[in-house]
Design a binder for this molecule. Structure first.
Ligand code: PBG
Length: 344
């Protein structure tokens, strides 16, 4: 650009064109904004995570998650029916386990008649068209609130993986369409895949929590499943360091090699860079989890009138799509699906 001789023609021409470039033309009316829009959120992009508890006719509010409830199975079935009616393709079930059923080894996880398995059967029965995702991890069942088995203060990897493989099998036998290991043990996807194949469950998908970070944003979820007060220490020896990104690539390589059908990044909004990297690198079905703490932040702002619920819900979920998500697990799934249906 310091070569004056070369600029006279080459730089004047682009300058003249630039003066006439007006990006606002393509934003000037709704019809053209719709026409040039790159990403469109639809109910088919949404997965609704919900909480179940024992009882009948129960809808128990979760204090740190306004408008989120722990449902008894009958109430959960009603809500899931509504989700299906709104066009939501899948739901993810998380149990609030009675304190007396929690133990050091999380044995209730392997009970084929536990709350999750009964919920799955009830939903399969009443709403067969919706996909059901179950969480594979021990934290709802352990007295110490960790996702795995503990010895001398250490979370044991290989022993935990054996239990997780059996847990996944029990869930799949109850009718879960997708099992979603959220524990971050090494080798769990391979072990789960092996266990499923061995009992002929070839079709059960694995949605792996591939890049699950040791995040402060899970606090309200731990309230919801009753593991917050129980949790001893933190999960930093198995969940990922929020400062890392390359590590997510290595985790994804392993999960894919081990037989994962879908990848997930968690938390959601603060980790959109990870989502984009995984989608671009692996071209796998890739999901984001807008977690409980993200929900809580937004819900608090809505309650105070600081942010507009409808607008923000649709904006944030659209941002996940833009960043490469094939779908989003979000506690706003029903709200968003209602809004999207009302629009059209
Ligand atoms: C359990 C699990 C957690 C979440 C999903 N599965 C909590 C944790 O790892 O402590 C968090 C979901 C949310 O915060 O919405 N392994």
């Amino acid at each position: 650009h310091h070569h004056v001789a070369a600029t006279s023609q080459e730089e004047q021409a682009p300058a003249r064109v630039t003066r006439h470039v007006r990006p606002r033309r393509n934003r000037r009316a709704d019809w053209v904004r719709r026409l040039v829009r790159e990403h469109e959120l639809s109910p088919s992009d949404l997965i609704w995570p919900f909480f179940v508890t024992e009882g009948k006719g129960v809808r128990e509010p979760v204090a740190s998650m306004p408008s989120v409830f722990r449902h008894s199975i009958d109430e959960a079935v009603k809500a899931v029916k509504e989700a299906a009616g709104l066009g939501v393709p899948a739901v993810a079930v998380f149990p609030y386990t009675t304190a007396s059923l929690r133990d050091e080894r999380g044995s209730e996880a392997l009970n084929a008649d536990n709350l999750v398995c009964r919920t799955v059967r009830a939903i399969k029965d009443a709403v067969p068209e919706i996909g059901i995702i179950t969480d594979v991890a021990l934290d709802p069942y352990t007295s110490h609130g960790h996702d795995g088995l503990i010895r001398d203060g250490c979370i044991l990897n290989d022993e935990t993986v054996e239990v997780l493989a059996r847990q996944a099998q029990v869930q799949a036998e109850a009718g879960a369409d997708v099992v979603a290991p959220s524990d971050m043990m090494d080798g769990r996807v391979a072990a789960i895949r092996e266990a499923l194949e061995e009992c002929g469950l070839h079709e059960t998908q694995i949605m792996s929590y591939t890049a699950k970070y040791a995040s402060g944003y899970y606090g309200p979820f731990r309230d919801a499943i009753g593991s917050a007060s129980a949790l001893r220490g933190d999960k930093r020896t198995y969940q990922m360091d929020p400062a890392n990104s390359d590590e997510a690539i290595r985790e994804a390589e392993l999960d894919i090699a081990e037989g994962a059908d879908m990848l997930m990044v968690k938390p959601g909004m603060p980790y959109l860079d990870i989502l984009r990297r995984l989608k671009d690198t692996f071209a796998m079905p890739t999901f984001a989890y807008q977690v409980s703490g993200e929900y809580a932040m937004l819900a608090a702002a809505f309650q105070n009138g600081w942010l507009d619920h409808d607008r923000i819900v649709l904006e944030t979920l659209t941002c996940f799509k833009r960043a490469g998500a094939d779908g989003i697990l979000t506690y706003f799934a029903l709200d968003a699906a209602r809004l999207l249906n009302d629009r059209t």
